[in-house]
Write a protein that binds this ligand. Structure first.
Ligand code: PLP
Length: 486
C-alpha cells in the first residue's frame, strides 16, 4: 500500500515459478500504477533501498525502473529520485471518464435493427437425437480427406505463389460448374461460379449488393431466418409471403407487394417444411421476376439428398432472363466446419460481386478449396453422396416407421422425402415451444417450427434431424419423444 512519497509501501504478489524476477517486478509495478495503487506523483525509494526492502538485487530493480521510465510510467528527476509519472492514465480514471458511450457506438447500435437471433435453440450438448446440425460425420471418409490434405500441404511452396482473381480456386470452380451442370441442371461456366465461406456469407454479400435500404424482398413464411437476417441488416423490408403445399405462394406475394426487388427461395426442399416446388409454381416465380426485373435467390442447400426419384433440376437452368442467382454449400454435404459454398451469378454481375467480396476479404483462395477440388475430381464426392443418400433414406424410413408405431395421435411425420431433417406436425394440444421443451427435458433435441415463422401463427410442429443417427438410436429415442408429447 502506498502512503505518501516519503513513506512508500507496496505489497508485491508472490512471483509465479515460471516468471523471471525482472519480468515479475516489472509487471507488479506496472499493474500497481495502472490500477492506481501507485498514484501519479508518488516518489519511489532509491533503487538500493527498494532492493533491500523487497529482498532483490539492485541490478534487477535498476533494470525494471529503467524499462518503466522508457515506457513513460516513471520519470527520473535529477537529484530527487524516481516518480510515478503524472501523465499515466490509470484504468480507474479511464473508466470514470468513459461513462458515456461514444457517439459512433451509440449510432451503430441504434441503427442496427436487431434481427431474430441465430441461436436460441435448445441445444443438448451430447449430440442427442434428433439434433439437425450435422450430417452423418462418422461416415465421412476422414482418412482419405487427410491424405488429400497432406498431399496438398506438401506442395505448399507452389501453393504460396498461386494467383487468385477474387473468385476462388479456378480448378475447383470448374469442377463445381461441371457437377452443377450434370447433377442440378444449372447452366453456367466456371467464370460464373464464385467461392464463398458458406451460403450465409453469400446471403450477406447479396443482401448488400442487391438491396438498398427500404427495398422490399419476399421471404418464405416460415422460412430461413439466416436470409431474413442478412437482408434486414442491409436495410431491406421483409415481405412475409405464406407457403402452401407447393411452396411460396406467388399470388399472395403479388397481392402483398407486387414490386418487390426480389425473392429468396428454397424450391428443392422448402426450409423448414420440406415440400418441393413443382414446375408450374417455379414458372410463376420466373414470370413474375422477368416481368418486374426482380432477382430470385435459389438456395439449393441440401437438394442432393432426395430419396424418391431424381432431384428436380434447378430453377436457374430454366430461367431465360438472368433473374436467378443460385447458391449452394458443402457444409451440409460433407462436414460443417468446411466453410465452403458457392454463388452462381449471371455474368454481368460477376465483377461487381467480386469487388464487394474483396471489401471484406481480399483473397478468396484457401487450401481447403484445393483439397475439395481433388475430392471432387477423384470421384470421391459423387461416391460419398450416393452412399449418404442410401444411408439417409434408410434412416428416414426408420424414423417414419417408428413414428407410426410410437407417435400415433401425437406427432405426424411429414411425407417429404428429402434432406437431413424432416418436419412433423403436432396432433396433441401443445404449442411448438412446449413440445420442444418437453422433448428437451427427456434429452431429445428438436426445433420448434414457430422459430422459423415471420408473421404466420405457430404451425405447431417440430423439426427432427435424422441424418446423424443410426436406426437403433432413432428407435430408442422415439418412445422418449412419445412420453414427452403425451
Ligand atoms: C436453408 C439454409 N440455407 C443456408 C444455410 C447455411 O449454410 P452454410 O453453412 O453454407 O452457411 C442453412 C444452414 O442451416 C440452411 O438451413
Amino acid at each position: 500500500m502506498v502512503k505518501a512519497a516519503g513513506t512508500f509501501e507496496l505489497s508485491l504478489n508472490q512471483r509465479p515459478r515460471n516468471q523471471t524476477l525482472t519480468n515479475w517486478l516489472y509487471s507488479e509495478l506496472r499493474v500497481a500504477i495502472l490500477h492506481g495503487r501507485l498514484k501519479a506523483g508518488v516518489r519511489l525509494p532509491a533503487s538500493r533501498e527498494f532492493a533491500r526492502r523487497h529482498g532483490l538485487s539492485r541490478g534487477t530493480v535498476v533494470r525494471v525502473f529503467e524499462r518503466l521510465q522508457d515506457e513513460g510510467y516513471l520519470s527520473p528527476r535529477v537529484g530527487q529520485g524516481t516518480w510515478v509519472n503524472a501523465q499515466v492514465v490509470t484504468e480507474a480514471s479511464a473508466r470514470k471518464s468513459s461513462v458515456k458511450v461514444p457517439e459512433y457506438i451509440r449510432r451503430s447500435v441504434a441503427a442496427y435493427r436487431k434481427p431474430r437471433p441465430f441461436i436460441g435453440w435448445i441445444k443438448l450438448n451430447n449430440g442427442a437425437p434428433f439434433g439437425m446440425r450435422d450430417p452423418a460425420l462418422s461416415e465421412f471418409p476422414t482418412q482419405l480427406w487427410g491424405r488429400l490434405a497432406a498431399k496438398r500441404a506438401r506442395a505448399f511452396r507452389w501453393w504460396l505463389r498461386e494467383a487468385d482473381d477474387g473468385r476462388g480456386y479456378q480448378p475447383l470452380r470448374a469442377a463445381i460448374a461441371q457437377y452443377l451442370g450434370s447433377s442440378r441442371g444449372v447452366r453456367c461456366t466456371a467464370d460464373q461460379v464464385l467461392m464463398v465461406s458458406g451460403v450465409q456469407q453469400a446471403l450477406d454479400l447479396l443482401g448488400r449488393l442487391l438491396l438498398a435500404p427500404g427495398d422490399r424482398v419476399w421471404m418464405e413464411d416460415p422460412g430461413y431466418f439466416g436470409a431474413s437476417m442478412a437482408f434486414q441488416r442491409a436495410g431491406a423490408q421483409i415481405i412475409a409471403v405464406p407457403v402452401d403445399e407447393h411452396g411460396l405462394s406467388v399470388s399472395a406475394g403479388m397481392q402483398l407487394c407486387p414490386k418487390a426487388r426480389g425473392v429468396f427461395l428454397t424450391p428443392a426442399h422448402q426450409y423448414p417444411l420440406g415440400m418441393t416446388m413443382p414446375l408450374g409454381r417455379r414458372m410463376e416465380v420466373l414470370e413474375w421476376a422477368a416481368r418486374t426485373g426482380a432477382f430470385v435467390i435459389e438456395d439449393d442447400y441440401d437438394s442432393e439428398y432426395r430419396f424418391c426419384g431424381p432431384s428436380i433440376p434447378a430453377m436457374q437452368g430454366i430461367d431465360r432472363n438472368g433473374s436467378v442467382i443460385f447458391i449452394g454449400t458443402f457444409t451440409k454435404l460433407l462436414f460443417p466446419s468446411l466453410r465452403l459454398g458457392y454463388v452462381v451469378l449471371p455474368s454481368a454481375l460477376v465483377d461487381t460481386f467480386v469487388s464487394f467480396r474483396q471489401c471484406a476479404d481480399l483473397r478468396a483462395l484457401s487450401l481447403d478449396q484445393a483439397i475439395l477440388c481433388d475430392f471432387i475430381d477423384g470421384g470421391h464426392f459423387g461416391r460419398h453422396l450416393r452412399r449418404m443418400r442410401d444411408l439417409y433414406a434408410t434412416r428416414l424410413e426408420a424414423l417414419k416407421e417408428g413414428g407410426r408405431r410410437y407417435l400415433n395421435g401425437l406427432l405426424d411425420i411429414s411425407e417429404a422425402a428429402a434432406g437431413l431433417y424432416t418436419a412433423a406436425l403436432l396432433r396433441n394440444r401443445m404449442s411448438s415451444r412446449q413440445a420442444e421443451a418437453a422433448a428437451a427435458a427427456r434429452n431429445i433435441e428438436t426445433r420448434a417450427l414457430d422459430r422459423f415463422t415471420l408473421q404466420r401463427s405457430d404451425p405447431r410442429g417440430l423439426l427432427l434431424g435424422f441424418a446423424a443417427f443410426d436406426e437403433k438410436a432413432i428407435l430408442q429415442a422415439l418412445p422418449r419423444l412419445a412420453e414427452a408429447l403425451s
